[in-house]
Ligand binder design. Structure first.
Ligand code: SF4
Ligand code: SF4
Length: 439
């Protein structure tokens, strides 16, 4: 073991995490809820094990890059352990601090392919809405021109990367990019105006899944919301915070706070569990910032998932029956961070004709985890395949999710089970819109 107590990265890790690591009483209550502990079966892949590693790294007893980095990077960040912990160890914040230390660690191998992929996504794509839109429009053209079928025949993607090949297969059908929401637009409420809300368009949602965004506005206006799409909004910064790029996450948070506070809306609504969790934790992210802490606190208080707003201001104007069994897969960040789990279920159960079945382990992570499924493909697929067995047993017509990553991961799971002809992966908004006769 190296003694690295003078290292400023170690000192910083110590300052940020040591008290939290000492809060852990090693009881192991968190172990049964941890998907990576279940799939990998070793203490270093458990919350308790990871906390111990962070503690030892913070004491300078082990090396950050050599001993702590891999077990921490194999964590999904689903934060199920936080909910199970009887003494309230703030695991999610500790994880972000550990990721920050890993990113700062001098021994980080910058030529590593994972590093390049993360770096490209975080620094060259997500913070730039126009680049994300361009990417989405390219995907639309790629599918529309049927180039996808041709490229698939060449087996180019599997040669480049197996995870990318799998993801390419399950890209959802895209509608014409001209239907994408325009920033700066205000959509009037249908009927009586009950509340003004500002809508967060997101990166993946706005680039690839913009149909869900468009349908979200239709649903919101149909329950009496006047919806504004604030100008100059940007990526929520979740991926940056989770990968240790805290300063960039703060920069993005400030841009969003500025953009949304000008909207004069009562609530800031999003439809992506992962983004929503980041938005609702801007107060934590900026808590030490004299200039921004207060507005960040107000911003976080106003942040809502769309299911909360639709439940509060509904009922939705359903006009169609939706026949068949549906199951719901929780978004970890919606359930474990935002504590929203009843509203999506209530909304699903309110659809006429539907048969809602609660799935065993619905609250267990699907192993999408931001870009975890690209960075740690095999580990992710082990967890996903187990979940899909639960899904298939119930023979649903649709698996419903509330986060783009989870929705794509479910599509991949369904494809891997060769069940695509019978089961659809849908966003909650899509099934609600179908039953409201919106297309
Ligand atoms: S965040 Fe999820 S994967 Fe990571 S230690 Fe906690 S339960 Fe396990
Ligand atoms: S449940 Fe909490 S206190 Fe118990 S081992 Fe896990 S993190 Fe530590």
């Amino acid at each position: 073991m190296k003694k690295t107590s003078l290292n400023p990265v170690v000192k910083n890790l110590h300052d940020k995490t040591y008290n939290w690591t000492n809060q852990c009483v090693q009881c192991g209550y968190c172990l049964p809820v941890c998907p990576t502990y279940e799939s990998m079966g070793k203490e270093s892949a458990s919350p308790r094990g990871r906390i111990n590693l962070v503690k030892m790294a913070a004491e300078g007893k082990i090396d950050i890059s050599e001993h702590m980095a891999e077990p921490i990077e194999l964590c999904l960040g689903c934060r199920a352990c936080e909910i199970a912990c009887p003494v309230g160890v703030p695991y999610g914040h500790m994880l972000e601090a550990a990721k920050d230390a890993i990113a700062q660690s001098k021994q980080q191998k910058r030529e590593n392919s994972h590093f390049l992929l993360k770096n490209m996504a975080m620094n060259q794509l997500f913070p730039y809405p126009n680049r994300m839109k361009f990417l989405g429009s390219t995907v639309w053209l790629y599918k529309k021109s049927k180039l996808d079928r041709l490229i698939r025949k060449t087996k180019l993607f599997p040669i480049l990367s197996e995870p990318l090949a799998q993801m390419e297969k399950i890209l959802p059908p895209l509608e014409n990019p001209s239907k994408r929401l325009k920033h700066g637009t205000v959509f009037p409420a249908k009927g009586e105006r009950k509340v003004r809300v500002a809508f967060f368009t997101g990166c993946i949602m706005d680039s690839i899944m913009y149909k869900v965004n468009r349908l979200s506005i239709e649903l919101l206006t149909s329950v009496g919301c006047e919806v504004v799409i604030p100008n100059h909004q940007t990526c929520c910064g979740a991926l940056h915070a989770h990968q240790g790029a805290t300063e960039k996450a703060k920069e993005l948070a400030k841009a969003n706070i500025q953009s949304f506070t000008q909207s004069e809306a009562e609530f800031y609504v999003n439809n992506a569990g992962g983004c929503g969790a980041a938005l609702s934790e801007y107060d934590y992210l900026l808590k030490g910032d004299e200039e921004w802490a207060e507005t960040a606190g107000e911003f976080a208080k106003k942040s809502r998932d769309i299911s909360q707003i639709l439940t509060e201001y509904g009922p939705l104007p359903f006009i169609k029956e939706w026949k068949g069994i549906v199951v719901y897969q929780d978004s970890c960040h919606l359930r474990n961070v935002q504590k929203v789990y009843q509203e999506p279920r209530q909304l699903l159960q309110s659809i006429p004709g539907i048969t809602y079945v609660e799935m065993e382990g619905a609250n267990r992570c699907c192993a999408s985890g931001g870009i975890y499924n690209l960075l740690h493909f095999q580990e992710s697929m082990k967890i996903l395949d187990k979940k899909m067995k639960e899904v298939i047993e119930l023979q649903p017509k649709a698996v419903i999710t509330t986060n783009p990553g989870c929705q794509l991961q479910m599509s991949l799971g369904i494809d891997r089970m060769e069940a695509s002809e019978n089961i659809r992966s849908m966003h909650l908004v899509e099934i609600l819109a179908e039953a409201c006769g919106l297309t």
